[in-house]
Design a protein around this ligand. Sequence first.
Ligand code: ZN
Length: 70
Amino acid sequence: MKCRICNREAVEKYCELHEKAYRSIVQKYDDWKRAIDISWKEYLNEILKNPYTGSWAKEVAERLMKDGDR
Ligand SMILES: [Zn+2]
């Protein structure tokens, strides 16, 4: 199976690097949710808007926005 974002061989849905970025996005969302009331979509938007977000995380966030899942 291929990564949903790039064409590398996937571990699960994503390749190793995108999988890592995906996990940290999900993990950080739990922290955010505890601190402020934010929806998954709003959170993904914040990631995309943030100039400090790494390119791997950005690609994952974009993909998740398009698919509308987590
Ligand atoms: Zn990938």
